[in-house]
Design a protein around this ligand. Structure first.
Ligand SMILES: Cc1cc2nc3c(=O)[nH]c(=O)nc-3n(C[C@H](O)[C@H](O)[C@H](O)COP(=O)(O)OP(=O)(O)OC[C@H]3O[C@@H](n4cnc5c(N)ncnc54)[C@H](O)[C@@H]3O)c2cc1C
Length: 395
């Protein structure tokens, strides 16, 4: 079997369907494929996302994939200091990704894209040194999908970009390992997300409780993937130490999160890489859905231009524009992560106490001027030489 499209998009998570929808809307032929039998399932996500993305990326605010509206966050330091940020308005939601991902693919299909679940990209097809499409398996049948442009939106384990010659290598230290239960849990304000920090609790990362219901939540952990102990070890230890029974587990999810190592060249000839496949994730908190939407939006804009003007070299503008905008922001966030990963538990205790005046949402987005301003208000407590040096690293 051989099929022909203007664009083939590999991976129907977050980035892929955004690209497919936008390109189809512009009137070009697009095929969106995913190896999963049911798009969205299984999920590997805590499902938290800012409320802003719905308007920004033209996604309907559909209660079918919104489990719970969230009004802020509560942070806990190693010794139990708490920092609560509660907003009057809804600041984010906890999605049901199994439904959300499927609906994103549905919006792409409604816009005119073809969408095929259970279709796995296996390799690229080269002709006279040029990539002209991909080899895939659709259900049990081999298929050749020819396309002018190929988009690798195949997530953290991406193979297609690498096969096309894009360097996606990042060292192990730039990945977090995560482990998560969707479980019944009580005693936490279900209107907030909850995050626990500490080198004994979650080295480099945090434990999270993201409520999906009054008494049901995604309870998970992310830690540096080069840690000798597993993420599961730390999560189970935290549950035990907090007397939270782990006997009502509805799901177990395991995943790897890229937290740095953004791909430098996002385009090679007619192949683009987007989302987790390009490591376009916030290195501080490991959230990557909004970043995948942003990259997918920029990529699709240049795909449409390249097709309209029949000039493939315009695709290179995706690399340029991403690095000038979101790439620049995420580089700053990475700098913050590199500093915060050196903090001792004492530092974390102190910072959480001091940050009560700062806007944590801005900090998580990389606006660390807030952090510095807040910390400088307390020079006597803070300015040991080591802490001063850490702050200097941010400048
Ligand atoms: C435990 C955990 C918790 C997280 N929590 C959050 C959170 O709360 N908020 C947030 O914003 N982010 C979170 N993230 C990150 C977020 O899940 C990702 O950043 C986001 O899903 C990236 O979207 P994507 O489209 O790039 O990739 P994905 O969503 O991973 O989609 C890639 C798709 O490609 C498909 N695919 C792969 N290879 C092939 C192939 N060869 N052929 C066909 N299809 C293929 C896969 O089946 C998959 O559907 C979390 C991640 C983990 C692991």
């Amino acid at each position: 079997m051989t099929w022909k499209y203007d664009v083939v998009v590999v991976g129907s998570g977050i980035a892929g369907p955004i690209v497919a929808r936008n390109v189809a809307k512009a009137g070009f032929s697009v095929l969106l494929i995913d190896k999963k039998w049911a798009i969205g399932t299984p999920k590997q996500c805590a499902e938290g996302i800012s409320i802003k993305v719905f308007d920004k990326y033209d996604i309907p605010y559909d209660k079918r994939f919104i489990n719970r509206e969230i009004y802020g966050a509560k942070l806990y330091s190693p010794s139990g200091y708490e920092l609560e940020m509660r907003y009057k308005e809804v600041s984010g939601v906890i999605l049901e990704r199994k439904v959300f991902d499927k609906m994103l693919a549905y919006y792409a299909a409604k816009a005119g894209a073809d969408v095929l679940a259970r279709t796995e990209a296996l390799d690229v097809i080269k002709k006279d040194g040029k990539i002209v499409g991909i080899k895939a398996k659709h259900e049990d049948e081999p298929v050749e999908i020819h396309a002018d442009i190929i988009v690798a939106a195949d997530g953290v384990e991406s193979t297609i970009a690498r096969k096309a010659g894009i360097n996606t290598y990042a060292p192990p230290h730039e990945f977090d390992s995560s482990y998560e239960y969707e479980m019944l849990i009580e005693g936490f304000d279900p209107d907030l997300i909850h995050l626990w920090f500490g080198n004994e609790i979650a080295p480099r990362g945090y434990v999270w409780v993201f409520p999906k219901d009054e008494d049901r939540a995604n309870v998970g952990i992310g830690i540096n993937s080069d840690n000798p102990k597993t993420a599961k070890y730390y999560l189970d230890k935290w549950l035990k130490e907090n007397n939270i029974p782990a006997k009502k587990l509805l799901e177990v999810n395991v995943g790897v999160v890229p937290v740095g190592g953004f791909v430098k060249e996002l385009v090679k000839d007619n192949v683009l890489v987007v989302g987790d496949a390009a490591r376009q994730v916030n290195p501080m908190h490991g959230g990557g859905m909004a970043e995948a939407m942003e990259a997918g939006t920029i990529a699709s804009k240049w795909i449409v231009k390249a097709l309209e003007e029949e000039n493939i070299s315009l695709l290179q503008n995706y690399t340029r524009e991403w690095w000038e905008t979101d790439g620049k922001r995420l580089e700053k966030v990475l700098k913050v992560r590199r500093v915060t990963e050196k903090l001792t538990d004492e530092d974390l205790d102190l910072f959480i106490q001091l940050l009560s005046g700062a806007d944590a949402e801005k900090i998580a987005a990389g606006d660390y001027v807030e952090v510095i301003k807040t910390l400088l208000k307390h020079p006597k407590v803070l300015m040991s030489k080591r802490r001063l040096n850490l702050l200097k690293e941010l400048l």
